[in-house]
Write a protein that binds this ligand. Structure first.
Ligand code: FAD
Length: 565
Protein backbone atom coordinates (compact mmCIF):
# COMPACT_ATOMS: atom_id res chain seq x y z
CA UNK A 1 0.00 0.00 0.00
CA UNK A 2 1.29 3.45 -0.88
CA UNK A 3 2.27 5.23 2.32
CA UNK A 4 3.35 8.82 2.99
CA UNK A 5 4.20 10.91 6.02
CA UNK A 6 2.20 13.85 4.71
CA UNK A 7 -0.32 13.75 1.93
CA UNK A 8 -1.35 17.07 0.43
CA UNK A 9 -4.54 16.87 -1.59
CA UNK A 10 -4.62 19.68 -4.17
CA UNK A 11 -1.91 21.05 -6.43
CA UNK A 12 -3.06 24.68 -6.43
CA UNK A 13 -1.28 27.45 -4.57
CA UNK A 14 -2.34 26.35 -1.10
CA UNK A 15 -1.30 22.76 -1.76
CA UNK A 16 2.09 23.67 -3.20
CA UNK A 17 2.77 26.20 -0.43
CA UNK A 18 1.97 23.44 2.10
CA UNK A 19 4.16 20.84 0.38
CA UNK A 20 7.08 23.29 0.23
CA UNK A 21 6.76 24.07 3.94
CA UNK A 22 6.89 20.45 5.11
CA UNK A 23 10.16 19.28 6.56
CA UNK A 24 12.19 17.88 3.59
CA UNK A 25 13.15 14.89 5.72
CA UNK A 26 9.52 13.70 5.62
CA UNK A 27 7.94 11.76 2.78
CA UNK A 28 5.58 14.27 1.21
CA UNK A 29 3.32 13.77 -1.79
CA UNK A 30 0.75 15.92 -3.57
CA UNK A 31 -2.35 14.30 -5.05
CA UNK A 32 -4.31 16.29 -7.61
CA UNK A 33 -7.25 15.41 -9.79
CA UNK A 34 -5.69 17.43 -12.62
CA UNK A 35 -2.13 18.45 -13.41
CA UNK A 36 -1.20 21.01 -10.72
CA UNK A 37 -0.72 23.76 -13.30
CA UNK A 38 -4.37 23.34 -14.29
CA UNK A 39 -5.60 24.17 -10.79
CA UNK A 40 -7.89 27.18 -10.59
CA UNK A 41 -5.14 29.26 -8.97
CA UNK A 42 -3.65 29.58 -12.44
CA UNK A 43 -6.59 31.77 -13.46
CA UNK A 44 -6.09 34.42 -10.77
CA UNK A 45 -5.58 37.71 -12.49
CA UNK A 46 -5.55 40.84 -10.39
CA UNK A 47 -3.04 40.34 -7.63
CA UNK A 48 -2.05 39.64 -4.06
CA UNK A 49 -2.19 42.04 -1.12
CA UNK A 50 0.59 43.10 1.22
CA UNK A 51 1.31 46.41 2.93
CA UNK A 52 4.66 47.00 1.22
CA UNK A 53 4.04 50.73 0.90
CA UNK A 54 5.59 50.89 -2.58
CA UNK A 55 2.82 52.90 -4.24
CA UNK A 56 3.44 56.65 -3.90
CA UNK A 57 -0.18 56.97 -2.68
CA UNK A 58 0.39 54.41 0.05
CA UNK A 59 3.86 55.10 1.42
CA UNK A 60 2.75 54.89 5.05
CA UNK A 61 0.80 51.66 4.65
CA UNK A 62 1.00 49.20 7.55
CA UNK A 63 -0.05 45.60 8.05
CA UNK A 64 -2.40 46.85 10.77
CA UNK A 65 -4.13 49.00 8.15
CA UNK A 66 -4.41 45.97 5.90
CA UNK A 67 -5.88 43.96 8.80
CA UNK A 68 -8.41 46.69 9.51
CA UNK A 69 -9.54 46.82 5.86
CA UNK A 70 -9.84 43.02 5.84
CA UNK A 71 -11.94 42.97 9.01
CA UNK A 72 -14.17 45.84 7.92
CA UNK A 73 -14.55 44.19 4.51
CA UNK A 74 -15.55 40.94 6.23
CA UNK A 75 -18.48 42.81 7.84
CA UNK A 76 -16.76 42.03 11.15
CA UNK A 77 -17.24 38.27 10.87
CA UNK A 78 -13.54 37.50 10.33
CA UNK A 79 -11.63 36.23 13.35
CA UNK A 80 -9.49 39.27 14.02
CA UNK A 81 -6.44 37.38 15.30
CA UNK A 82 -6.47 35.36 12.06
CA UNK A 83 -6.75 38.45 9.84
CA UNK A 84 -3.92 40.11 11.78
CA UNK A 85 -1.69 37.08 11.40
CA UNK A 86 -2.34 36.90 7.65
CA UNK A 87 -1.66 40.61 7.07
CA UNK A 88 1.51 40.61 9.15
CA UNK A 89 2.85 37.55 7.34
CA UNK A 90 1.87 39.02 3.97
CA UNK A 91 4.99 41.18 3.72
CA UNK A 92 7.60 38.41 4.19
CA UNK A 93 5.40 36.11 2.05
CA UNK A 94 5.67 38.46 -0.94
CA UNK A 95 9.43 38.74 -0.56
CA UNK A 96 9.70 34.98 -0.30
CA UNK A 97 7.72 34.64 -3.56
CA UNK A 98 10.02 37.20 -5.15
CA UNK A 99 13.01 35.23 -3.91
CA UNK A 100 11.51 32.04 -5.38
CA UNK A 101 11.38 33.81 -8.73
CA UNK A 102 7.89 35.30 -9.18
CA UNK A 103 8.20 38.01 -11.87
CA UNK A 104 6.10 40.74 -10.25
CA UNK A 105 5.36 43.92 -12.22
CA UNK A 106 7.59 46.80 -11.13
CA UNK A 107 7.42 50.54 -10.61
CA UNK A 108 10.16 52.68 -12.19
CA UNK A 109 13.10 52.25 -9.85
CA UNK A 110 12.50 48.53 -9.56
CA UNK A 111 10.28 48.03 -6.51
CA UNK A 112 7.26 45.67 -6.75
CA UNK A 113 4.31 47.58 -8.23
CA UNK A 114 1.03 47.88 -6.30
CA UNK A 115 -2.42 48.79 -7.59
CA UNK A 116 -5.64 49.79 -5.81
CA UNK A 117 -8.26 47.09 -5.17
CA UNK A 118 -11.77 47.20 -3.73
CA UNK A 119 -12.32 47.84 -0.03
CA UNK A 120 -8.71 48.87 0.60
CA UNK A 121 -7.91 52.35 1.84
CA UNK A 122 -4.51 52.25 0.13
CA UNK A 123 -3.14 50.71 -3.11
CA UNK A 124 -1.52 47.51 -1.83
CA UNK A 125 -2.21 44.80 -4.43
CA UNK A 126 1.02 43.38 -5.91
CA UNK A 127 0.61 41.90 -9.37
CA UNK A 128 2.21 40.49 -12.50
CA UNK A 129 0.20 42.33 -15.17
CA UNK A 130 -3.15 40.47 -15.02
CA UNK A 131 -1.64 36.99 -14.79
CA UNK A 132 -0.66 36.93 -11.14
CA UNK A 133 -1.96 33.44 -10.30
CA UNK A 134 -0.30 31.93 -13.33
CA UNK A 135 3.17 33.21 -12.49
CA UNK A 136 2.97 32.34 -8.80
CA UNK A 137 1.66 28.83 -9.50
CA UNK A 138 4.37 28.13 -12.07
CA UNK A 139 7.03 29.41 -9.70
CA UNK A 140 5.86 27.30 -6.75
CA UNK A 141 5.57 24.27 -9.02
CA UNK A 142 9.16 24.75 -10.15
CA UNK A 143 10.24 25.01 -6.51
CA UNK A 144 8.31 21.81 -5.68
CA UNK A 145 10.07 19.94 -8.48
CA UNK A 146 13.41 21.27 -7.26
CA UNK A 147 12.63 19.95 -3.78
CA UNK A 148 11.57 16.62 -5.28
CA UNK A 149 8.03 16.69 -3.95
CA UNK A 150 6.28 13.60 -5.31
CA UNK A 151 3.19 14.28 -7.46
CA UNK A 152 0.31 11.91 -8.17
CA UNK A 153 -1.69 13.64 -10.88
CA UNK A 154 -5.11 12.64 -12.17
CA UNK A 155 -5.97 10.97 -8.91
CA UNK A 156 -9.31 11.90 -7.39
CA UNK A 157 -9.61 11.60 -3.62
CA UNK A 158 -13.03 10.15 -2.81
CA UNK A 159 -12.91 9.56 0.92
CA UNK A 160 -11.06 10.32 4.14
CA UNK A 161 -10.35 7.25 6.21
CA UNK A 162 -10.82 7.85 9.92
CA UNK A 163 -10.55 5.68 12.98
CA UNK A 164 -11.23 6.82 16.55
CA UNK A 165 -11.16 10.46 15.50
CA UNK A 166 -7.79 10.08 13.79
CA UNK A 167 -7.11 10.46 10.09
CA UNK A 168 -5.39 7.40 8.57
CA UNK A 169 -5.29 8.39 4.91
CA UNK A 170 -7.55 8.56 1.89
CA UNK A 171 -9.19 6.46 -0.80
CA UNK A 172 -8.40 7.57 -4.35
CA UNK A 173 -9.72 6.93 -7.84
CA UNK A 174 -6.73 6.71 -10.18
CA UNK A 175 -8.16 8.05 -13.43
CA UNK A 176 -5.36 6.74 -15.63
CA UNK A 177 -5.77 3.17 -14.43
CA UNK A 178 -9.48 3.34 -13.62
CA UNK A 179 -8.74 1.86 -10.19
CA UNK A 180 -9.80 2.53 -6.62
CA UNK A 181 -7.15 2.22 -3.92
CA UNK A 182 -6.19 3.40 -0.43
CA UNK A 183 -3.25 5.66 0.41
CA UNK A 184 -1.91 5.67 3.94
CA UNK A 185 -0.67 8.88 5.53
CA UNK A 186 0.21 10.10 8.99
CA UNK A 187 -1.20 13.53 8.23
CA UNK A 188 -3.45 14.75 5.43
CA UNK A 189 -3.74 18.37 4.28
CA UNK A 190 -6.71 19.29 2.10
CA UNK A 191 -6.09 22.18 -0.30
CA UNK A 192 -8.87 21.26 -2.69
CA UNK A 193 -10.17 24.71 -3.64
CA UNK A 194 -13.68 26.11 -4.09
CA UNK A 195 -17.05 24.82 -5.26
CA UNK A 196 -18.09 27.46 -7.83
CA UNK A 197 -19.63 24.92 -10.18
CA UNK A 198 -22.50 24.37 -7.74
CA UNK A 199 -23.80 27.59 -9.36
CA UNK A 200 -24.89 28.13 -12.94
CA UNK A 201 -22.99 31.36 -13.45
CA UNK A 202 -19.50 31.20 -12.03
CA UNK A 203 -16.03 32.49 -12.79
CA UNK A 204 -14.60 29.20 -11.54
CA UNK A 205 -12.96 26.47 -13.61
CA UNK A 206 -14.92 23.41 -14.70
CA UNK A 207 -13.06 21.34 -12.12
CA UNK A 208 -14.20 23.42 -9.12
CA UNK A 209 -16.73 21.01 -7.64
CA UNK A 210 -15.72 21.42 -4.02
CA UNK A 211 -15.50 17.67 -3.46
CA UNK A 212 -12.80 18.01 -0.81
CA UNK A 213 -15.09 20.11 1.39
CA UNK A 214 -17.84 17.50 1.05
CA UNK A 215 -15.44 14.65 1.84
CA UNK A 216 -14.33 16.35 5.06
CA UNK A 217 -17.97 16.99 6.00
CA UNK A 218 -18.95 13.36 5.51
CA UNK A 219 -15.93 12.30 7.59
CA UNK A 220 -17.34 14.29 10.50
CA UNK A 221 -15.47 17.61 10.25
CA UNK A 222 -17.82 20.61 10.57
CA UNK A 223 -18.09 23.23 7.83
CA UNK A 224 -18.00 26.90 8.84
CA UNK A 225 -19.82 29.97 7.47
CA UNK A 226 -20.83 28.25 4.24
CA UNK A 227 -23.74 30.62 3.61
CA UNK A 228 -21.23 33.32 2.65
CA UNK A 229 -20.77 32.92 -1.09
CA UNK A 230 -18.97 35.65 -2.99
CA UNK A 231 -20.45 36.89 -6.24
CA UNK A 232 -17.91 38.82 -8.28
CA UNK A 233 -19.31 42.03 -9.77
CA UNK A 234 -17.66 41.77 -13.16
CA UNK A 235 -17.83 38.58 -15.17
CA UNK A 236 -17.95 38.85 -18.94
CA UNK A 237 -21.42 38.28 -20.38
CA UNK A 238 -22.36 35.59 -21.38
CA UNK A 239 -19.34 33.31 -20.75
CA UNK A 240 -18.90 34.51 -17.12
CA UNK A 241 -15.14 34.56 -17.50
CA UNK A 242 -13.70 36.85 -14.87
CA UNK A 243 -12.80 40.45 -15.64
CA UNK A 244 -10.42 41.25 -12.80
CA UNK A 245 -11.14 43.86 -10.17
CA UNK A 246 -7.78 45.21 -11.34
CA UNK A 247 -9.68 46.68 -14.31
CA UNK A 248 -11.56 48.93 -11.89
CA UNK A 249 -8.37 49.30 -9.84
CA UNK A 250 -6.73 50.79 -12.93
CA UNK A 251 -9.65 53.23 -13.20
CA UNK A 252 -12.45 51.43 -15.09
CA UNK A 253 -16.04 52.77 -14.80
CA UNK A 254 -19.30 50.91 -14.32
CA UNK A 255 -22.00 52.48 -16.47
CA UNK A 256 -25.73 51.79 -16.91
CA UNK A 257 -27.91 52.21 -20.01
CA UNK A 258 -28.36 55.91 -19.21
CA UNK A 259 -24.61 56.38 -19.46
CA UNK A 260 -24.35 57.04 -15.69
CA UNK A 261 -21.69 55.84 -13.27
CA UNK A 262 -24.37 54.39 -11.03
CA UNK A 263 -22.04 53.46 -8.15
CA UNK A 264 -22.59 57.03 -7.01
CA UNK A 265 -25.98 55.86 -5.69
CA UNK A 266 -24.55 52.90 -3.76
CA UNK A 267 -21.07 53.85 -2.48
CA UNK A 268 -20.53 57.51 -3.29
CA UNK A 269 -17.05 57.68 -1.84
CA UNK A 270 -15.43 54.37 -2.90
CA UNK A 271 -17.47 54.21 -6.14
CA UNK A 272 -16.32 51.27 -8.32
CA UNK A 273 -13.83 50.25 -5.65
CA UNK A 274 -16.35 49.47 -2.91
CA UNK A 275 -16.14 45.85 -1.69
CA UNK A 276 -17.44 43.14 -3.98
CA UNK A 277 -20.67 42.37 -2.14
CA UNK A 278 -21.77 46.00 -2.46
CA UNK A 279 -20.75 46.41 -6.12
CA UNK A 280 -22.28 43.06 -7.16
CA UNK A 281 -25.62 43.93 -5.56
CA UNK A 282 -25.53 47.40 -7.12
CA UNK A 283 -25.04 45.92 -10.60
CA UNK A 284 -27.80 43.36 -10.13
CA UNK A 285 -30.13 46.07 -8.80
CA UNK A 286 -29.48 48.21 -11.88
CA UNK A 287 -30.19 45.23 -14.15
CA UNK A 288 -33.39 44.40 -12.22
CA UNK A 289 -34.52 48.05 -12.49
CA UNK A 290 -34.12 47.82 -16.26
CA UNK A 291 -31.14 50.16 -16.22
CA UNK A 292 -28.97 47.49 -17.81
CA UNK A 293 -28.75 46.13 -21.33
CA UNK A 294 -30.92 43.24 -22.58
CA UNK A 295 -31.93 42.78 -18.90
CA UNK A 296 -28.63 40.93 -18.46
CA UNK A 297 -25.64 43.20 -18.02
CA UNK A 298 -24.17 46.68 -17.49
CA UNK A 299 -21.04 48.14 -19.04
CA UNK A 300 -17.49 48.17 -17.75
CA UNK A 301 -15.90 51.06 -19.59
CA UNK A 302 -12.10 51.07 -19.88
CA UNK A 303 -11.79 53.25 -22.96
CA UNK A 304 -10.59 56.35 -21.08
CA UNK A 305 -7.58 54.40 -19.73
CA UNK A 306 -6.12 54.51 -23.21
CA UNK A 307 -4.50 51.91 -25.41
CA UNK A 308 -1.08 52.04 -23.79
CA UNK A 309 -2.28 51.38 -20.24
CA UNK A 310 -4.72 48.66 -21.28
CA UNK A 311 -2.03 46.83 -23.24
CA UNK A 312 0.52 47.14 -20.46
CA UNK A 313 -1.57 46.53 -17.34
CA UNK A 314 -4.53 44.47 -18.59
CA UNK A 315 -3.29 42.46 -21.57
CA UNK A 316 -5.01 39.23 -20.46
CA UNK A 317 -8.35 41.02 -20.02
CA UNK A 318 -8.08 42.47 -23.51
CA UNK A 319 -7.26 39.05 -24.94
CA UNK A 320 -10.20 37.40 -23.11
CA UNK A 321 -12.60 40.13 -24.27
CA UNK A 322 -11.52 39.85 -27.89
CA UNK A 323 -11.52 36.03 -27.90
CA UNK A 324 -14.74 35.43 -25.99
CA UNK A 325 -16.88 38.47 -26.87
CA UNK A 326 -15.28 39.83 -30.01
CA UNK A 327 -14.92 43.19 -28.21
CA UNK A 328 -11.75 45.22 -27.76
CA UNK A 329 -11.90 47.22 -24.50
CA UNK A 330 -9.66 49.86 -26.10
CA UNK A 331 -12.64 51.06 -28.14
CA UNK A 332 -15.75 49.29 -26.76
CA UNK A 333 -17.29 48.98 -23.26
CA UNK A 334 -17.51 45.39 -21.98
CA UNK A 335 -20.80 43.68 -21.07
CA UNK A 336 -20.50 42.41 -17.50
CA UNK A 337 -22.75 40.77 -14.89
CA UNK A 338 -22.18 39.32 -11.39
CA UNK A 339 -21.29 35.61 -11.08
CA UNK A 340 -20.38 33.25 -8.25
CA UNK A 341 -16.68 33.63 -7.57
CA UNK A 342 -15.42 32.52 -4.19
CA UNK A 343 -16.27 30.59 -1.07
CA UNK A 344 -15.69 32.44 2.18
CA UNK A 345 -16.78 29.40 4.17
CA UNK A 346 -15.21 25.97 4.20
CA UNK A 347 -13.71 23.24 6.35
CA UNK A 348 -13.59 24.47 9.94
CA UNK A 349 -9.96 24.84 11.01
CA UNK A 350 -8.20 26.89 13.66
CA UNK A 351 -5.44 29.48 13.25
CA UNK A 352 -2.94 26.59 12.80
CA UNK A 353 -5.06 25.12 9.98
CA UNK A 354 -5.83 22.14 12.22
CA UNK A 355 -9.30 20.59 12.18
CA UNK A 356 -10.99 18.74 15.00
CA UNK A 357 -9.82 15.47 13.49
CA UNK A 358 -6.35 14.41 14.55
CA UNK A 359 -3.86 14.58 11.69
CA UNK A 360 -6.24 16.41 9.34
CA UNK A 361 -5.50 19.96 8.14
CA UNK A 362 -6.95 22.27 5.51
CA UNK A 363 -5.78 25.46 3.80
CA UNK A 364 -6.71 27.73 0.91
CA UNK A 365 -10.18 28.22 -0.49
CA UNK A 366 -11.53 24.87 0.78
CA UNK A 367 -10.76 25.90 4.36
CA UNK A 368 -12.32 28.45 6.64
CA UNK A 369 -9.60 29.70 8.98
CA UNK A 370 -11.88 32.70 9.04
CA UNK A 371 -9.96 35.60 7.63
CA UNK A 372 -12.58 36.71 5.08
CA UNK A 373 -15.67 36.51 7.32
CA UNK A 374 -18.79 37.45 5.38
CA UNK A 375 -16.99 39.03 2.43
CA UNK A 376 -13.47 38.62 1.07
CA UNK A 377 -11.45 41.52 -0.28
CA UNK A 378 -9.90 41.10 -3.71
CA UNK A 379 -6.24 40.10 -3.51
CA UNK A 380 -6.64 38.46 -0.10
CA UNK A 381 -7.29 34.94 -1.36
CA UNK A 382 -3.97 34.41 -3.11
CA UNK A 383 -2.46 35.78 0.06
CA UNK A 384 -4.40 33.32 2.19
CA UNK A 385 -3.23 30.37 0.08
CA UNK A 386 0.47 31.16 0.50
CA UNK A 387 0.33 32.22 4.16
CA UNK A 388 -1.95 29.48 5.47
CA UNK A 389 -0.70 26.83 3.04
CA UNK A 390 2.71 27.31 4.62
CA UNK A 391 1.31 27.20 8.15
CA UNK A 392 -0.60 23.98 7.34
CA UNK A 393 2.60 22.35 6.04
CA UNK A 394 4.62 23.37 9.09
CA UNK A 395 1.95 22.32 11.56
CA UNK A 396 1.32 18.96 9.87
CA UNK A 397 5.06 18.23 9.88
CA UNK A 398 5.20 19.10 13.55
CA UNK A 399 2.27 16.78 14.31
CA UNK A 400 3.76 13.88 12.32
CA UNK A 401 6.99 14.01 14.29
CA UNK A 402 5.11 13.55 17.55
CA UNK A 403 2.54 10.99 16.41
CA UNK A 404 2.60 7.23 16.24
CA UNK A 405 0.70 4.79 14.04
CA UNK A 406 -2.24 2.82 15.39
CA UNK A 407 -3.16 -0.86 15.06
CA UNK A 408 -4.99 -2.32 12.06
CA UNK A 409 -4.51 0.84 9.99
CA UNK A 410 -3.98 -0.98 6.72
CA UNK A 411 -7.00 -3.22 7.17
CA UNK A 412 -9.13 -0.19 7.88
CA UNK A 413 -7.85 1.56 4.75
CA UNK A 414 -8.42 -1.52 2.59
CA UNK A 415 -11.97 -1.92 3.91
CA UNK A 416 -12.72 1.72 3.11
CA UNK A 417 -11.48 1.29 -0.47
CA UNK A 418 -13.54 -1.86 -0.86
CA UNK A 419 -16.64 0.00 0.26
CA UNK A 420 -16.09 2.70 -2.39
CA UNK A 421 -15.51 0.01 -5.03
CA UNK A 422 -18.76 -1.80 -4.12
CA UNK A 423 -20.83 1.34 -4.46
CA UNK A 424 -19.40 1.93 -7.93
CA UNK A 425 -20.08 -1.66 -8.97
CA UNK A 426 -23.70 -1.32 -7.85
CA UNK A 427 -24.11 1.72 -10.08
CA UNK A 428 -22.46 -0.14 -12.97
CA UNK A 429 -24.90 -3.04 -12.64
CA UNK A 430 -27.94 -0.80 -13.07
CA UNK A 431 -29.43 -1.21 -16.53
CA UNK A 432 -31.12 2.17 -16.62
CA UNK A 433 -30.93 4.93 -14.11
CA UNK A 434 -30.73 8.66 -13.60
CA UNK A 435 -27.93 10.51 -15.39
CA UNK A 436 -25.72 12.65 -13.23
CA UNK A 437 -25.41 15.54 -15.69
CA UNK A 438 -29.18 16.10 -15.53
CA UNK A 439 -29.08 16.30 -11.76
CA UNK A 440 -26.14 18.67 -11.91
CA UNK A 441 -28.06 21.06 -14.14
CA UNK A 442 -31.03 20.98 -11.80
CA UNK A 443 -28.83 21.71 -8.80
CA UNK A 444 -27.17 24.69 -10.49
CA UNK A 445 -30.54 26.20 -11.31
CA UNK A 446 -31.81 25.85 -7.76
CA UNK A 447 -28.68 27.44 -6.30
CA UNK A 448 -28.62 30.31 -8.81
CA UNK A 449 -32.30 31.14 -8.62
CA UNK A 450 -33.00 30.59 -4.94
CA UNK A 451 -29.67 30.81 -3.08
CA UNK A 452 -28.02 33.62 -5.05
CA UNK A 453 -27.22 37.29 -4.47
CA UNK A 454 -30.63 38.14 -2.98
CA UNK A 455 -32.23 35.63 -0.60
CA UNK A 456 -35.48 35.19 1.31
CA UNK A 457 -37.13 32.67 3.61
CA UNK A 458 -39.50 31.22 1.01
CA UNK A 459 -36.88 30.58 -1.67
CA UNK A 460 -34.37 29.12 0.75
CA UNK A 461 -36.98 26.78 2.22
CA UNK A 462 -38.02 25.61 -1.25
CA UNK A 463 -34.40 25.16 -2.27
CA UNK A 464 -33.81 22.83 0.68
CA UNK A 465 -36.80 20.70 -0.35
CA UNK A 466 -35.59 20.50 -3.95
CA UNK A 467 -32.08 19.53 -2.83
CA UNK A 468 -33.62 16.71 -0.76
CA UNK A 469 -35.48 15.49 -3.87
CA UNK A 470 -32.24 15.58 -5.85
CA UNK A 471 -30.61 13.50 -3.14
CA UNK A 472 -33.20 10.77 -3.67
CA UNK A 473 -32.72 10.88 -7.43
CA UNK A 474 -28.97 10.65 -6.91
CA UNK A 475 -29.42 7.21 -5.33
CA UNK A 476 -30.67 5.97 -8.70
CA UNK A 477 -27.79 7.27 -10.80
CA UNK A 478 -26.11 4.68 -13.00
CA UNK A 479 -22.78 4.52 -14.83
CA UNK A 480 -22.98 3.99 -18.60
CA UNK A 481 -19.64 2.36 -19.43
CA UNK A 482 -17.86 -0.67 -18.02
CA UNK A 483 -14.40 0.82 -18.46
CA UNK A 484 -13.54 3.29 -15.74
CA UNK A 485 -10.29 4.62 -17.19
CA UNK A 486 -10.63 8.39 -17.50
CA UNK A 487 -14.36 8.06 -16.79
CA UNK A 488 -15.46 11.66 -16.42
CA UNK A 489 -18.92 10.33 -15.69
CA UNK A 490 -17.63 8.51 -12.62
CA UNK A 491 -15.71 11.60 -11.50
CA UNK A 492 -18.93 13.60 -11.77
CA UNK A 493 -20.93 10.98 -9.89
CA UNK A 494 -18.41 10.87 -7.07
CA UNK A 495 -18.15 14.65 -6.83
CA UNK A 496 -21.89 15.23 -7.11
CA UNK A 497 -22.40 13.68 -3.70
CA UNK A 498 -20.28 16.49 -2.25
CA UNK A 499 -22.02 19.13 -4.33
CA UNK A 500 -25.36 18.03 -2.88
CA UNK A 501 -23.96 18.21 0.64
CA UNK A 502 -22.46 21.65 0.07
CA UNK A 503 -25.64 23.00 -1.50
CA UNK A 504 -27.59 21.73 1.50
CA UNK A 505 -25.20 23.27 4.03
CA UNK A 506 -25.04 26.64 2.21
CA UNK A 507 -28.83 26.81 2.03
CA UNK A 508 -29.41 25.70 5.61
CA UNK A 509 -26.95 28.28 6.95
CA UNK A 510 -28.55 30.98 4.79
CA UNK A 511 -32.07 30.06 5.90
CA UNK A 512 -31.18 30.18 9.57
CA UNK A 513 -29.19 33.42 9.42
CA UNK A 514 -31.99 35.97 9.65
CA UNK A 515 -29.85 39.05 9.02
CA UNK A 516 -27.89 40.65 6.21
CA UNK A 517 -24.10 40.52 6.51
CA UNK A 518 -21.50 40.87 3.77
CA UNK A 519 -22.33 38.64 0.85
CA UNK A 520 -25.39 37.15 2.61
CA UNK A 521 -28.25 39.49 1.73
CA UNK A 522 -31.71 38.70 3.05
CA UNK A 523 -34.53 40.67 1.44
CA UNK A 524 -36.64 39.87 4.49
CA UNK A 525 -33.94 40.87 7.03
CA UNK A 526 -32.07 43.76 5.48
CA UNK A 527 -30.01 44.87 8.49
CA UNK A 528 -26.94 43.43 10.11
CA UNK A 529 -27.81 42.19 13.58
CA UNK A 530 -24.72 41.93 15.80
CA UNK A 531 -26.74 41.18 18.90
CA UNK A 532 -27.97 37.84 17.59
CA UNK A 533 -25.70 37.05 14.69
CA UNK A 534 -22.14 38.14 15.33
CA UNK A 535 -21.16 34.46 15.33
CA UNK A 536 -19.86 31.75 13.02
CA UNK A 537 -22.19 29.09 11.64
CA UNK A 538 -21.02 25.49 12.02
CA UNK A 539 -22.75 22.61 10.26
CA UNK A 540 -21.71 19.05 11.11
CA UNK A 541 -23.05 15.73 9.89
CA UNK A 542 -24.51 13.72 12.78
CA UNK A 543 -26.31 10.41 12.18
CA UNK A 544 -26.67 11.27 8.51
CA UNK A 545 -28.28 14.66 9.18
CA UNK A 546 -26.82 18.19 9.18
CA UNK A 547 -26.64 19.68 12.64
CA UNK A 548 -26.22 23.40 13.03
CA UNK A 549 -24.44 25.21 15.87
CA UNK A 550 -22.65 28.52 16.32
CA UNK A 551 -19.38 29.77 17.73
CA UNK A 552 -18.06 33.14 18.72
CA UNK A 553 -16.06 35.49 16.53
CA UNK A 554 -12.60 36.41 17.89
CA UNK A 555 -12.46 40.17 18.42
CA UNK A 556 -9.08 41.71 19.23
CA UNK A 557 -9.29 45.48 18.95
CA UNK A 558 -11.68 46.36 16.15
CA UNK A 559 -15.17 46.97 17.54
CA UNK A 560 -17.85 46.17 14.96
CA UNK A 561 -19.14 49.34 13.31
CA UNK A 562 -21.50 50.12 10.44
CA UNK A 563 -19.70 49.58 7.13
CA UNK A 564 -19.58 52.67 4.97
CA UNK A 565 -17.67 53.26 1.76
C1 FAD B 1 -10.92 33.59 -12.36
C2 FAD B 1 -10.42 33.81 -10.97
C3 FAD B 1 -9.56 34.86 -10.70
C4 FAD B 1 -9.10 35.08 -9.41
N1 FAD B 1 -8.27 36.13 -9.17
C5 FAD B 1 -7.79 36.33 -7.92
C6 FAD B 1 -6.87 37.39 -7.65
O1 FAD B 1 -6.44 38.13 -8.54
N2 FAD B 1 -6.44 37.56 -6.38
C7 FAD B 1 -6.85 36.75 -5.35
O2 FAD B 1 -6.41 36.95 -4.23
N3 FAD B 1 -7.70 35.72 -5.59
C8 FAD B 1 -8.17 35.49 -6.84
N4 FAD B 1 -9.03 34.45 -7.07
C9 FAD B 1 -9.26 33.47 -6.01
C10 FAD B 1 -8.06 32.55 -5.88
O3 FAD B 1 -7.45 32.39 -7.12
C11 FAD B 1 -8.43 31.18 -5.35
O4 FAD B 1 -9.22 31.30 -4.20
C12 FAD B 1 -7.18 30.40 -4.97
O5 FAD B 1 -6.26 30.39 -6.04
C13 FAD B 1 -7.53 28.99 -4.58
O6 FAD B 1 -6.34 28.25 -4.42
P1 FAD B 1 -6.37 26.80 -3.77
O7 FAD B 1 -4.99 26.33 -3.76
O8 FAD B 1 -7.11 26.85 -2.49
O9 FAD B 1 -7.28 25.94 -4.77
P2 FAD B 1 -7.14 25.65 -6.35
O10 FAD B 1 -6.14 26.46 -7.01
O11 FAD B 1 -8.54 25.69 -6.86
O12 FAD B 1 -6.62 24.15 -6.38
C14 FAD B 1 -7.41 23.07 -5.94
C15 FAD B 1 -6.64 21.78 -6.19
O13 FAD B 1 -7.32 20.70 -5.59
C16 FAD B 1 -7.38 19.60 -6.48
N5 FAD B 1 -8.56 18.83 -6.10
C17 FAD B 1 -9.81 19.27 -5.84
N6 FAD B 1 -10.60 18.27 -5.44
C18 FAD B 1 -9.83 17.16 -5.44
C19 FAD B 1 -10.07 15.80 -5.11
N7 FAD B 1 -11.26 15.37 -4.66
N8 FAD B 1 -9.05 14.91 -5.27
C20 FAD B 1 -7.83 15.31 -5.71
N9 FAD B 1 -7.56 16.60 -6.00
C21 FAD B 1 -8.54 17.49 -5.86
C22 FAD B 1 -7.41 20.21 -7.85
O14 FAD B 1 -6.90 19.32 -8.81
C23 FAD B 1 -6.48 21.42 -7.66
O15 FAD B 1 -5.14 21.02 -7.86
C24 FAD B 1 -9.51 34.23 -8.37
C25 FAD B 1 -10.35 33.16 -8.63
C26 FAD B 1 -10.83 32.97 -9.92
C27 FAD B 1 -11.81 31.86 -10.14
Amino acid sequence: MLSQDILVVGGGLAGLAAALACDPQLKVAVISKVHPLRSHSVAAQGGINAALGNNPEGRDDTWEGHAFDTIKGSDYLADQDVAELMCEKAIPAIYELEYFGVPFSRFPGGVIAQRPFGGAGIPRTCYAADRTGLVILHTLYEQSLRRQVKFYNEWLVTKLVVKDGKCLGVVVFDLQKGEIMPVKARAVIFATGGYGRVYLRTTNAYINHGSGIGIAYRAGVPLKDMEFVQFHPTSLYPSNILITEGARGEGGYLVNNKGRRFMEDYASSAMELAPRDIVARAIQTEIDRRNGFENQYVHLDLRHLGEKKIKKRLPGIREISINFSGLDPIDTPLPIQPAQHYSMGGIDVDIHCASRMEGFYAAGECACVSTHGANRLGGNSLLETVVFGKIAGEEAAHWVKGSSGSKDEEKHLLDAALEVKKKIEERQKREAGEKVHRLLNRLKLIMSEQVGLFRNNKDLGQALEKIAELREDYQRVSISGKCLRFSQELVNIIEFESMLDLAGVITLGALNRTETRGSHYRLDFKERNDKDWLKHTLVALKDGKPQISYKEVHITKYEPKARQY
